[in-house]
Write a protein that binds this ligand. Structure first.
Ligand SMILES: Cc1cc2nc3c(=O)[nH]c(=O)nc-3n(C[C@H](O)[C@H](O)[C@H](O)COP(=O)(O)OP(=O)(O)OC[C@H]3O[C@@H](n4cnc5c(N)ncnc54)[C@H](O)[C@@H]3O)c2cc1C
Length: 399
């Protein structure tokens, strides 16, 4: 691809979160990248606000396949990580504990049967995971996380392969690869207009005008806005807020070796963080793209749910934040060209899984841009990820 116009970059990537960084890092194999990021630093939105978990059991089948396709990158990282491991073992303990606010576990036969069916489904739904999930008894669950209330759950499942991602290290790795190959990251460069003439895209920011034959739309929650600027049909992304709060561990309790804990119905999770616990009620309130703030009610709900399954009664929140998880209506990432020969590629809709899937989606995006056949682990996923499958036919903005 490289070298079509020596005075121009080959690829213009819009958005400097993990998606844009991964795209830029893999595209650097094929040509020169210019990444435009609206904020003063890349990674200030979803990427810098995540719970940083990698789990081959997390998400729908396409997401899980993308996560498994990212595993080799994370477990045997390419050169450039300089001895820093991108993943740290964590494990994840999933509790069958009914629905919060409903009768306690074991109180309703029909609900228990439905929960058992879901439990079995989740236990077996990731046959390609490197380390399989196993059911554990109450004693083992309590050994893994000693603050669990023994009466709060009926069954427990342990996923030993779940790991913490060092998001900052991975994000910086991709940006460094991009720069080392002669590319550039331009911050404080919000794209305000985008049009294509004579086979070249022109992106206009407050301070500059940038041109390249190929544009990659990795603008996270704003990706439909970018499509609108370009006159490309939108995919109907919805951004949903998720709130996180860190609570200190009680005196004398060290949670650092605990797994992440959560309920089977995905109404809550807690994970060791900074000597305390990171807690979320798994809220998913739709909001317009922006710098979202944590919601007090959601923080309180997270703490209530923590108290329902553990003996912990945190009285203080040391830190709280929120971020947007952006998804297409079918919750499947959007990766690929907007249309044949459009020079406009999507890398968006990564939902709550953008960290764990970034190596795979970045690699696939770069191969599609370069016209290189994707690897066998990704080729079969292409049709599901195709933007054309999700277009909203009614939307067309001015070009
Ligand atoms: C609370 C929370 C917990 C999560 N937990 C996990 C987890 O445990 N595991 C996991 O895998 N994923 C998790 N996620 C999801 C993950 O964080 C996202 O999927 C991922 O960060 C999305 O990356 P992105 O690059 O697409 O978006 P972003 O990181 O939001 O990046 C988009 C970038 O585009 C820029 N931009 C927007 N408009 C323009 C413009 N006009 N011009 C230039 N730049 C522009 C923005 O400034 C932004 O930097 C979580 C998300 C949240 C919010």
């Amino acid at each position: 691809v490289s070298g079509s116009r020596p005075d121009l970059p080959d690829f213009l990537v819009i958005g400097g979160g993990i998606a844009g960084a991964a795209a830029g890092g893999f595209l650097a194999r094929y040509g020169r990248v210019l990444l435009l990021e609206a904020e003063l630093a890349p990674g200030m939105h979803a990427t810098g606000r995540s719970a940083a978990l990698f789990s081959e059991y997390y998400g729908n089948p396409v997401v899980r396949a993308l996560t498994s396709a990212s595993r080799a990158f994370y477990t045997v990282p390419p050169s450039g990580f300089e001895g820093v491991e991108p993943l740290r073992p964590r494990g994840s303990l999933v509790l069958a504990c009914g629905t919060f606010g409903e009768p306690g576990p074991g109180g309703d036969g029909a609900a228990d049967a439905a929960e058992d069916a879901l439990f079995e489904q989740v236990l077996h739904e990731a046959p390609n995971a490197a380390v399989p999930a196993v059911e554990v008894d109450r004693d083992e669950a309590l050994r893994l996380c000693p603050v669990l209330r023994p009466g709060a759950f009926r069954r427990a499942m342990f996923k030993p392969g779940a790991a913490d991602v060092d998001v900052d290290v991975v994000h910086r790795h991709f940006l460094k690869v991009l720069r080392t190959a002669g590319g550039r990251v331009q911050v404080n460069a919000r794209v305000r207009a985008l049009r294509r003439t004579g086979g070249l895209w022109t992106a206009v920011t407050a301070d500059g005008v940038y041109r390249a034959p190929i544009v990659v739309n990795a603008a996270g929650a704003w990706a439909d806005e970018i499509a609108g600027l370009a006159g490309v049909e939108q995919v109907g992304l919805v951004a949903r807020r998720r709130t996180l709060a860190v609570v200190p561990a009680p005196e004398g309790v060290d949670p650092r070796g605990w797994p992440m804990i959560g309920d089977l119905a995905e109404g809550f999770y807690a994970k060791p963080e900074a000597g305390g616990l990171l807690v979320s009620p798994c809220d998913a309130t739709p909001l317009p793209p922006g710098d979202v703030r944590p919601d007090d009610t959601a923080v309180a709900l997270g703490l209530d749910r923590l108290a329902a399954v553990t003996t912990l009664r945190p009285r203080r929140v040391s830190h709280r934040w929120a971020g947007l998880r952006s998804s297409a209506p079918d919750d499947v990432p959007v990766v690929g060209p907007a249309a044949a020969d459009s020079g406009f590629f999507w890398l968006a809709g990564l939902g709550g899984y953008g960290i764990q899937t970034a190596p795979a989606v970045g690699r696939l995006l770069a191969d599609l841009v370069a016209g290189v056949p994707p690897g066998p682990d990704l080729a079969a996923l292409r049709p599901a990820l195709d933007p054309a499958r999700r277009r909203e036919p009614t939307v067309r903005a001015d070009g």
